[in-house]
Structures are given as structure tokens and as C-alpha cells.
Design a protein around this ligand. Structure first.
Ligand code: ATP
Ligand code: FE2
Length: 333
């Protein structure tokens, strides 16, 4: 794949983003550019049509900027990758249309990638871990995953809402800016009192809606926001680290790789580091810009798939709103 340049388009939810990667000398991908525009709901939750309209406006400029920053002409691309799913239908379709138009213009193949697998593979590719247990903690998803039999198998996951979704819903009620994860992290650093929030782990599964309800009640009861935020982080992340440790013991792996927007949280990173150190294992965390939704991760996975000869004919490029992690045949490993 020497000389190859893959452009990736992300648009599954609130973020439109375009990244370009090329293979580096050490075999790891080099990120040449990564440009994003985050759509923030004026109030309430994410409105798929409005977000999609914003993405449609942002993507042409992001593509131009990404190409300029990477010093690559569209005609020099080897492929155009896009997030085929899972995600919000209108948002996915906007990114897919942009990808089809660009690929057809440049005369290069399309590669439709799974957004969740991209969150994981970007870390494996950039950080060079071999065969980790993966803790994927984002807005919509919370899963513990390991590679087995040619697929990324989900060993445990949230039984209700994603951990990031819980943070964002709490933040919305409490008047914090969206996304609330970073604001909660800031508050938590000034909290100290551990309030009794429900700790909900079953085997390798977790649940967060009980914690959301309890945290909102504590706010009404007049507990300090700093202490609520501190307690949410301590309890929510302890749950994640427990299931990650159980999965590592179960499948006998000594690497843990974090991915997804919540992996941008320093306290989660610290707790995961403590757990892995105590087991004589190692934990890996991508840079923040590669944890949250980003086009570079789509390009990284697209390049891996292209290298294995996997491309997506236009006729098979329809988006897949419920594209599950374990549906993907991992032919590039
Ligand atoms: P999915 O990957 O499941 O489709 P998504 O695309 O909405 O979800 P990401 O962009 O990967 O998610 O992650 C966004 C989430 O990460 C939001 O819920 C946000 O609050 C959370 N997040 C971002 N930064 C932090 C942080 N510093 N601490 C905790 N959570 C954070
Ligand atoms: Fe995501």
C-alpha cells in the first residue's frame, strides 16, 4: 500500500469529520489531516434531520480543508471510506452521499466501514497493541469486546443506555453544555464526597439508567454538583473497569485498549491503568481527538480493509443504521 492515501468520512451522529491517512514507515498509519464540525442541539437531544442538514453544509468544506492540509489532490486518493453504520439514518445518508460523489469523481473505490470497529481499530493501528480486550465507551455504545474467530465478539455491553449517553442526559437536565462528559470531568475534579449511586453489573454487562435517575434525584436533594459528578465518575467507571477485567481474565489477554468518546476521560484512563498494572497487563488509550468521533478513524479502518482487498460497490453502499460490531467479517487481521 505504499503511496496510498485514504480519505475517511464520519457522520454517524453529531459530528461531521474528514480524515486522510497514509501508511507510515513503521507500518503504522500516519494521519495527514483530521477536520471536524460538531453539531450541537440548540436545546434537548440530537435532532437527526437538523444534524444531517448541518453535516451536508459542513462536509464539502471539511473535505476541501482535509485535502489541502494533507497536500493531497482528490485524484491522488486510493479510496474513499465512510461510516456505513450504525448511526442516525439522515446523518449516515449525508456522509454516504458525499463519499459516493467524491469516489465517483476521483474514480476510486468506496469502502463502507463499521463506526464501532473504527473506534477500536484506530487505537490498535496507532498504538501498536496486538490482541487487546477492547473497552468501547461512547455516547451510544458501551461494550467489552475481544477478537475471536474472525470477528469482534461482544462479551458484555450496556443493557440500557451508553455511559456517555448517561453523562449527556444528566448534563442536559443539570444545564451543562453538550456533550456533558468534559464538563462533568471538570466538576468531578473538585468533588470529594462519594455518594451512594447504584452499581449495576451483571456478568460482563452493565446498566446506567438507574444511576441517571439516582443522580438527578441527588441534585434535587441539594447535593453539590461537584460531588455528584465525582460520584458518577467513580461508580460508572468502576463498573466499566470491572467488566473489562473480567473479560481479560476470561479470554486470557494482557492488553486493554480503550476507545470511544468517554475514553477521553482522564479518571477512566487512570482507573484502567491501575487495574491493568495490578494484573501485570498494559492499557492503551488513543489521543483524545481519536477517541471522539473523527474522520481519521474511518480512514484508518478503510485503509486496512482496502489493504485486504475489501471495497464496497456503490450498489451495496446503502447505510446500515443498526450495523452491529459482531456482524463485521474481519478479513484484514
Ligand atoms: P457511538 O460511538 O456510540 O456512536 P457517539 O458517536 O455519540 O457514540 P463519541 O463521539 O465516540 O460518541 O463519544 C461522545 C461521548 O463521549 C459523549 O457522550 C461525551 O459526553 C463523551 N465524552 C467526551 N469527552 C468526555 C470526557 N472527557 N469525559 C467523559 N465523557 C466524555
Ligand atoms: Fe462514536
Amino acid at each position: 500500500m505504499a503511496g496510498s492515501r485514504v480519505l475517511g468520512i464520519e457522520s454517524t451522529a453529531h459530528t461531521a469529520s474528514v480524515g486522510i491517512v497514509s501508511p507510515g514507515r513503521d507500518g503504522r498509519p500516519r494521519v495527514l489531516s483530521n477536520r471536524s464540525a460538531v453539531w450541537r442541539p440548540p436545546e434537548g437531544g440530537i435532532h437527526p434531520r437538523e444534524a444531517a442538514n448541518a453535516h451536508a453544509e459542513a462536509l464539502p468544506g471539511l473535505i476541501r480543508e482535509a485535502l489541502r492540509e494533507a497536500k493531497v489532490a482528490a485524484g491522488d486518493l486510493s479510496a474513499v471510506a465512510f461510516a456505513q453504520g450504525p448511526g442516525l439514518g439522515p446523518c449516515l445518508r449525508t456522509g454516504a452521499s458525499a463519499a459516493r460523489a467524491l469516489a465517483l469523481t476521483a474514480g476510486v473505490p468506496l469502502v463502507g466501514v463499521n463506526h464501532c470497529v473504527a473506534h477500536l481499530e484506530v487505537g490498535r493501528a496507532l498504538l501498536g497493541c496486538e490482541d487487546p480486550v477492547l473497552l468501547y465507551a461512547s455516547g451510544g455504545n458501551t461494550q467489552v469486546i475481544a477478537f475471536a474467530g474472525g470477528r469482534y465478539r461482544v462479551f458484555g455491553e450496556t443493557l440500557d443506555i451508553g455511559v456517555g449517553n448517561m453523562l449527556d442526559k444528566f448534563g442536559r437536565e443539570a444545564g451543562l453544555p453538550f456533550p456533558a462528559g468534559p464538563a462533568i470531568e471538570g466538576l468531578a475534579s473538585r468533588g470529594s464526597k462519594l455518594l451512594p449511586l447504584p452499581y449495576s453489573v451483571k456478568g460482563m454487562d452493565v446498566a446506567y439508567s438507574g444511576m441517571l435517575t439516582a443522580a438527578l434525584q441527588m441534585r434535587r436533594d441539594g447535593e453539590r454538583m461537584e460531588d455528584i459528578a465525582f460520584s458518577i465518575q467513580e461508580v460508572a467507571f468502576a463498573m466499566l473497569v470491572e467488566v473489562a477485567e473480567r473479560a481479560m481474565a476470561h479470554v486470557g489477554r494482557d492488553e486493554l485498549l480503550l476507545g470511544g468518546g468517554v475514553a477521553a476521560n482522564a479518571r477512566l484512563v487512570e482507573m484502567a491503568g491501575t487495574m491493568t498494572r495490578e494484573r501485570g497487563a498494559e492499557s492503551f488509550v488513543p489521543e483524545r481527538r481519536f477517541c471522539v468521533d473523527n474522520g481519521a478513524m474511518i480512514a484508518v479502518l478503510g485503509a486496512m480493509m482496502l489493504g485486504a482487498g475489501v471495497t464496497t460497490p456503490v450498489g451495496e453502499s446503502a447505510v446500515r443504521q443498526r450495523f452491529r460490531t459482531d456482524e463485521v467479517e474481519v478479513s484484514w487481521r
